[in-house]
Design a binder for this molecule. Structure first.
Ligand code: SAM
Ligand code: DTB
Ligand code: SF4
Length: 342
C-alpha cells in the first residue's frame, strides 16, 4: 500500500455562471468546454435544486396524421418530397387516438403527445384535434400537440380545448438553419411560439443535434432557447434519427458524450424546464441514456414508436428505470383541468 496521502480536488473555480438571467453564446460555449466531470457535476447541482433527481416523466407520442408533408425539413421522413417509404395517411379517427391514450395511461404514461405532419393546421383539422385534446384530457392525461405553425386564433382554440403543452421546435441555431430547412423561416417559428405563450399554453421547444452542426452552433441553439422570455417549460433534445431517403441520412453521427454535454448545458441554462431525452434513444444504449439522466434529463418518450421511427419498448424502459432506481412522475388532474404533481 502506498503511504501517499489522498489529495482532495475541489470543484474548479467557475468559468461560467452556474445560473444566469441571460446567457451569451460565449457563456454557453464555456459550459460546453468544461471538463466532462465538472459539467456533469454542475448539471446535477442545478437538477437537484429544482427536481427530484430520480424522477422521470413518461410521455407517449402518437402520429395522428402521418406523412405527405409539403415542407423540406432535411431530417424528416414525413416530407412528401423525400422517398423514405412513409406513406401519407389521413388524420386518425378519434377512437383510435383514445385507444392509444388509454393504453399509454395503463402503461404508466402521464403525458400524451399528438403529432401531425402539417406545415400548419387548417381550421377544420384543428376542430378534430380540439376534440382529441378534450377527450384525452378527460382520461386524466396531460396533453401536448405538435401541428406545425399556428395562425391567428388557433392557439386560443387549443387552449380552450384543454391543451397543456404545444411542441414547436427551433431545431437548430439560426446560423445553421438554412442548411436544414428552406420552406419556413426561423422567425415564423418564433412567432408561433409567441402565439402559444400568449394563449397561456405551456411551451415545449427544443431541437435536434447530430445534423452536422458545430459545437458553437449547438451553443447557438441553446442560447435561442434559454433566452426566450420565459424559457420553455419543456425542452426536447433530439438526437437525429437518420432515415434513408432524407438529405441528412449519412451525416456523421454526433459523439455520444457530446450529446450528453448538450443535455447538461440545457439543464444548467434552463433549470426548471423538463429536459426531454427525445428521439434517438434506441441508438444510444443504456449507458449513454444513464449519463443523460445524470446530466439532468427528466422526461422520455415512452412506447415502442416515436412518430414513424422506433423507440425502446416499454419493457426495456421499465427495466432500465428499475435498474437505476428511478420512478415516474405522478400527476393529478382536477375538475378544472389543473395539473398538480403527486
Ligand atoms: N410538422 C410539425 C412541425 O414540424 O412542427 C410537427 C411534427 S415534427 C415531426 C416535430 C419535430 O420532430 C421536428 O421539429 C423535429 O425537431 C423532430 N424530428 C422530426 N424528424 C426527426 C428525426 N429524424 N430525428 C430527430 N428528430 C426529428
Ligand atoms: C420532438 O421534439 N421530438 C418528437 C416530438 N417532438 C414530436 C418527434 C421525434 C420524431 C422522430 C422521427 C419520427 O419518428 O418520425
Ligand atoms: Fe413536415 Fe414537421 Fe416533418 Fe418538417 S418536421 S417535414 S413540417 S412533418
Amino acid at each position: 500500500m502506498s503511504s501517499q496521502p489522498m489529495t482532495f480536488h475541489p470543484a474548479p473555480a467557475a468559468v461560467a455562471p452556474i445560473v444566469a438571467d441571460k446567457w451569451s453564446v460565449e457563456d454557453i460555449v464555456a459550459l460546453f468546454n468544461l471538463p466532462f466531470n465538472d459539467l456533469l457535476y454542475r448539471a446535477q447541482q442545478v437538477h437537484r435544486e429544482n427536481f427530484d433527481a430520480n424522477e422521470v416523466e413518461l410521455a407517449t407520442l402518437l402520429s395522428i396524421k402521418t406523412g405527405g408533408c409539403p415542407e423540406d425539413c432535411g431530417y424528416c421522413p414525413q416530407a412528401a418530397r423525400y422517398d423514405t417509404g412513409v406513406t401519407a395517411q389521413k388524420i386518425l379517427p378519434l377512437e383510435t387516438v383514445l385507444d392509444a391514450a388509454r393504453k399509454a395511461k395503463e402503461h404508466g404514461a402521464t403525458r400524451f403527445c399528438m403529432g401531425a405532419a402539417w406545415r400548419e393546421p387548417k381550421d377544420r383539422d384543428l376542430e378534430h384535434v380540439e376534440e382529441m385534446v378534450r377527450e384525452v384530457k378527460a382520461l386524466g392525461l396531460e396533453t401536448c400537440a405538435t401541428l406545425g405553425m399556428l395562425g391567428e386564433g388557433q392557439a386560443e382554440k387549443l387552449k380552450q380545448a384543454g391543451l397543456d403543452y404545444y411542441n414547436h421546435n427551433l431545431d437548430t441555431a439560426p446560423e445553421f438553419y438554412g442548411n436544414v430547412i428552406s420552406t419556413r423561416e426561423y422567425q415564423q417559428r418564433i412567432d408561433t411560439l409567441g402565439r402559444v405563450r400568449d394563449a397561456g399554453i405551456k411551451v415545449c421547444c427544443g431541437g435536434i443535434v447530430g445534423m452536422g452542426e458545430t459545437r458553437l452552433q449547438r451553443a447557438g441553439l441553446i442560447a435561442q432557447l434559454c433566452n426566450l422570455d420565459p424559457y420553455p417549460e419543456s425542452v426536447p433534445v433530439n438526437n437525429l434519427v437518420q432515415v434513408e431517403g432524407t438529405p441528412l441520412h449519412g451525416t456523421d453521427p454526433i459523439d455520444p458524450l457530446e450529446f450528453v454535454r448538450t443535455v447538461a448545458v440545457a439543464r444548467i441554462t434552463m433549470p426548471k424546464a423538463r429536459v426531454r431525452l427525445s428521439a434517438g434513444r434506441r441508438q444510444m444504449g443504456e449507458a449513454v441514456q444513464t449519463l443523460c439522466f445524470l446530466a439532468g434529463a427528466n422526461s422520455i418518450f415512452y412506447g415502442d414508436k416515436l412518430l414513424t421511427t422506433g423507440n425502446p419498448d416499454v419493457e426495456q424502459d421499465q427495466a432500465l428505470l428499475e435498474k437505476l432506481g428511478m420512478h415516474s412522475r405522478g400527476i393529478a388532474i382536477d375538475a378544472r383541468c389543473e395539473v398538480t404533481e403527486q
